[in-house]
Design a binder for this molecule. Structure first.
Ligand code: ARG
Length: 467
């Protein structure tokens, strides 16, 4: 103020001791995080209850003050949960909003809660707890998606479809085998999630501002109370580390990429030209102008959400890359990236689970497509190696000529008369026709992890037991 006295009305209640005036409106706007970090209210309250309980146990605050604090925090929790809490931007963030309310509710004792901690370890704790819960949720959602694929794989262990490379017909496979490819991908995503939970399972609280504290705190006690395996081991690292958030985003980006590939396949498969699958009405939309259309919007949006998730990963990596140790306010920008990616990932997994469960598989269309495009050419070459003793390279050449002949006649390999095949190589007998059907081709691929229905069933059993 003009006379040099402190403007107590507008300087910050929590840290304004040395400030003569409150912040500029723009300062308040750029500084405040309450608009998004209010999502951390439950974690903040759990953390504070554990901290206060430990402080009393160690004789750092009185049991009476601890009781008041715990009671006040429980009241605040229900106020927020029932929508009866007024968040204030002047109070910057969730930590100070809750502490200010606690002071209003219980008076002086509230001021003892912040003993032996800083907002730096407090936010590290709240955010870690949030990310841990999100990872646990993701793990459960992936398990549900995997289960949906296992059911479809079982149902279609024998349904043949064309397998593609370069999106060109390659060799026949089964739809069950194709579904199991996604089980492998989402299974790896799930184990990445499990590893990430193990990695972050250390409690930051008690690192204080960056150097630890002189109060005789017990960090093992708070770690245990909050469900962490152990406390973190270096106070500087603790307040400057956001690896756990970046790891979540990396996992989300990889999983998003898998979901996006599946989304792309569903978009292709559901075109009238392919007609391999039909999406349920529940997971498609119509066109406002073309009445015949049924659009795979959910799949397209899953494909697009991946872009957002990738953006969040790059944003947080970039926010963190030049920061000196320990805490810098830049790190406040970590939360929106993670919240947005988490919401996108949850939606994408849920929508995909619904689509996979509901879609109708047109096995006739798949089978017809599997038989066209000379998809059993490799089987003819393998037969020549096995039955006529040709080296594979020669067999490949002979088969190429057979394909060219079939193409010129406008027929399939299996429709070429024996005399035509023998004109290319006299060692061919009528036994060859047994391997030229798609069913025979698929059934012959019994190598471990191959597409034969017997193998696919083994892999399904493996994953069912693994869940
Ligand atoms: N709102 C802050 C954040 O999200 C809390 C930590 C503030 N710490 C500080 N030293 N200003 O990072």
């Amino acid at each position: 103020m003009a006379d040099g006295t402190k403007d107590t009305k507008s300087s910050n209640q929590m840290w304004g001791g040395r400030f003569a005036s409150g912040p500029d409106a723009i300062m308040e706007e750029i500084n405040a995080s309450i608009g998004f970090d209010k999502k951390l209210f439950a974690q903040d309250i759990r953390g504070s209850i554990a901290h206060a309980t430990m402080l009393a146990h160690q004789g750092i605050i009185s049991v009476d003050d601890k009781d008041k604090i715990v009671h006040g925090l429980s009241t605040i929790l229900s106020e927020i949960e029932t929508g009866n809490f007024e968040f204030s931007r002047q109070l910057e963030d969730i930590h100070m909003n809750i502490e200010a309310r606690l002071a209003a509710l219980i008076g002086q004792a509230a001021g003892r809660l912040h003993t032996a901690r800083s907002r730096n370890d407090q936010v590290a704790l709240d955010f870690r707890l949030w990310v841990k819960e999100e990872l646990q949720k993701t793990e459960a959602m992936l398990t549900t998606l995997i289960a949906a694929f296992l059911d479809r794989a079982e149902e279609h262990a024998e349904s043949v479809m064309p397998g593609f490379t370069h999106l060109q017909t390659a060799q026949p496979v089964t739809f069950g085998h194709h579904c199991m490819a996604y089980v492998e991908m989402f299974g790896r995503d799930r184990s990445r999630v499990r590893h990430a939970i193990e990695h972050l399972d250390e409690s930051p609280i008690g690192a204080a501002a960056l150097a630890g504290t002189g109060y005789p705190i017990d960090r093992h006690m708070t770690a245990k109370a909050l469900g962490f395996r152990e406390p973190t081991r270096n106070s500087i690292d603790t307040v400057s580390d956001r690896d756990f958030a970046i790891e979540f985003l990396s996992i989300a980006a990889i999983c998003g990429m898998h979901l996006s590939r599946l989304a792309e396949e569903i978009v292709i498969w559901s075109t009238p030209q392919f007609g391999f699958v039909r999406l349920s009405d529940a997971f498609s939309t119509g066109s406002s102008i073309m009445p015949q259309k049924k659009n795979p919007d959910a799949a397209e949006l899953v494909r697009a959400k991946t872009g957002r998730i990738n953006g969040s990963l790059i944003a947080l990596l970039t926010i963190m890359k030049g920061l000196p140790l320990a805490y810098s306010k830049d790190m406040q920008e970590d939360k929106e990236q993670v919240f947005d990616a988490a919401e996108s990932l949850e939606l994408a997994i849920a929508a995909m689970t619904g689509m996979v469960r509901d879609m109708t598989v047109n096995t006739q269309r798949m089978k017809a497509a599997a038989g066209s495009g000379y998809s059993t050419a490799t089987d003819l070459a393998d037969w020549l190696v096995r039955e006529a003793g040709l080296p594979f390279r020669d067999a490949h050449h002979v088969t190429g000529r057979a394909v060219a002949l079939a193409e010129s006649k406008g027929c399939d390999l299996a429709e070429l008369p024996l005399a035509d095949l023998q004109s290319i190589n006299p060692a061919i007998t009528d036994k060859v026709y047994e391997v030229l059907t798609v069913e025979a081709s698929v059934a012959s691929r019994k190598s471990f992890g191959g597409t034969a229905p017997s193998e696919v069933r083994k892999q399904i059993a493996f994953w069912r037991a693994r869940n």
